[in-house]
Design a protein around this ligand. Structure first.
Ligand code: HEM
Length: 414
């Protein structure tokens, strides 16, 4: 199922799967998994406590017991991550983490995000001849800089963060990871963990406003979060905070430029930005699927799924389910048909969703204002090899560099 055709455009495969039925056993995923294709079932699996998120060991296990032993550090670190723990551990950790995602904390970050966006766009405008790679120059660095600002770490180290995260994403995003991919992911996760471990003493002695400091305060207050759990959450945030948002920016701008009437409508009425972002998330989800492992036998659509089976809720398919969204393959930035599942659903729903909307709105508004006449500069877009994190390798764009600042207002409102 996962071949170049799927990576370039997974939606025909999802449609064929949905037409063939709501639930499929597929041997290609980690040695065998149930694929859940419809919106209602994906939402219901994601909120059902019988479907556990504890699967960090499952990846390590795919290549047999020796691999599992070799990858024990990966399992050890990530098995404490919010993403991979069930209640009551999850409920406790989520409460601790919520501190950094409260509206006041996010609002305080908005001016920093605007400065980072402006800096990147100025880089684009001064160093290129009216054409640039949107992924390299904007969508890839911005989320890494924002998450670094949130954690209070040095944005200049972002090349390392991105490289470590990409290694981890390669492992998590591969249905059949090789040992080489797995080893690389483990080395990078250990490096990330060590990076944060080295920072902690300073944050404990001189706590600031950043999220790591907030977490060390919780750690100091005793029993709420352990040091190992704290390190796992830092790694999770660094990883989850930018492997995803970069794809919303890249996939979103590509979709808009491929639908010029929608792009023009948005430029004429930027009040549509929140609704446009919702639709872009639905239309081409940055995270195409997630995973669960069954705690007990469950019957669904007449099929018996057994305790221990891996279940793959196909978010990308749910978002194009015609039972939920009329004309699901059309991009309609004014669509108002309920929520997409791109941030997940239920207890593990993305903790960074509000931050993402804020960051993407600042980013897109600024791109529209500062890069008038934006259009695609390449032929067919080149998609990455990751089946979970749907990401463009590059997105060559051009813009009307000759327009002076005084003409920008006109350009935005044509
Ligand atoms: C376009 C941007 C994003 C998308 C599409 C996205 C998607 C998701 C999805 C689908 C889940 C649920 C996974 C599951 O149930 O298995 C999730 C959880 C999570 N996300 Fe995001 N995410 C985005 C941005 C962010 C950002 C910016 C951050 C952090 C700053 C973040 C941090 C997290 C964390 C920590 C979780 C785990 C929550 C929990 O298990 O309770 N995400 N995200």
């Amino acid at each position: 199922m996962i071949n170049n055709g799927f990576l370039n455009n997974p939606y025909p495969t999802y449609e064929a799967l949905r037409q063939a039925g709501p639930l499929h056993w597929n041997e290609e995923f980690c040695g065998g998994a149930w694929l859940v294709t419809e919106y209602a079932d994906v939402a219901s699996v994601l909120r059902d406590p019988r479907f556990s998120v504890r699967r960090a060991g499952g990846w390590a296990n795919t290549s047999g017991p020796e691999a599992l032993a070799e990858l024990r550090e990966f399992k050890r670190i990530f098995s404490r991550s919010l993403l991979f723990v069930d209640p009551p551990q999850h409920t406790r950790l989520r409460q601790v983490m919520n501190v950094g995602f409260k509206p006041a904390a996010l609002q305080a970050l908005a001016p920093r995000i605007q400065t980072l966006v402006d800096g990147l766009l100025e880089g684009v405008m001064t160093t290129t001849a009216a054409s640039f790679d949107f992924m390299r120059d904007f969508a890839r660095p911005l989320p890494a800089l924002v998450i670094a600002a949130m954690l209070g770490i040095d944005g200049d180290d972002r090349a390392e963060f991105v490289a470590w995260s990409d290694d981890i994403a390669d492992f998590i995003g591969s249905p059949t990871p090789t040992m080489e991919i797995a080893r690389r992911a483990q080395i990078s996760l250990i490096a990330m963990n060590d990076y944060f471990r080295a920072i902690l003493p300073q944050r404990r002695s001189h706590p600031g406003e950043d999220l790591i400091s907030q977490l060390t305060l919780a750690e100091a207050s005793g029993g709420i979060i352990t040091t190992k759990e704290l390190l796992a959450q830092c790694c999770t945030l660094l990883f989850a905070g930018h492997e995803t948002t970069r794809n919303l920016l890249g996939n979103g701008v590509l979709a808009l430029l491929q639908h010029p009437e929608q792009w023009q409508m948005l430029q004429q009425n930027t009040a549509l930005l929140p609704s446009a972002l919702k639709e872009l998330l639905r239309f081409d989800s940055p995270v195409q699927y997630t995973g669960r492992r069954l705690k007990v036998d469950v019957e669904l659509h007449g099929q018996r799924m057994k305790k221990g089976d891996l279940v793959i809720p196909l978010i990308g398919s749910a978002n194009r389910d015609p039972a939920k969204f009329t004309t699901p393959d059309a991009l309609d930035i004014t669509r108002n048909q309920g929520t997409h599942l791109s941030f997940g659903f239920g207890p593990h729903v993305c903790i960074g969703a509000t931050l993402t909307y804020m960051e993407a709105e600042i980013a897109l508004r600024s791109v529209m204002q500062r890069l008038p006449g934006l259009q695609l500069a390449g032929d067919t877009p080149s998609w990455g090899h990751n089946a979970v994190y749907r990401s463009l390798n590059a997105l060559p764009l051009s813009y009307a560099a000759a327009l002076t600042t005084s003409r920008l207002e006109d350009a935005v409102h044509v």
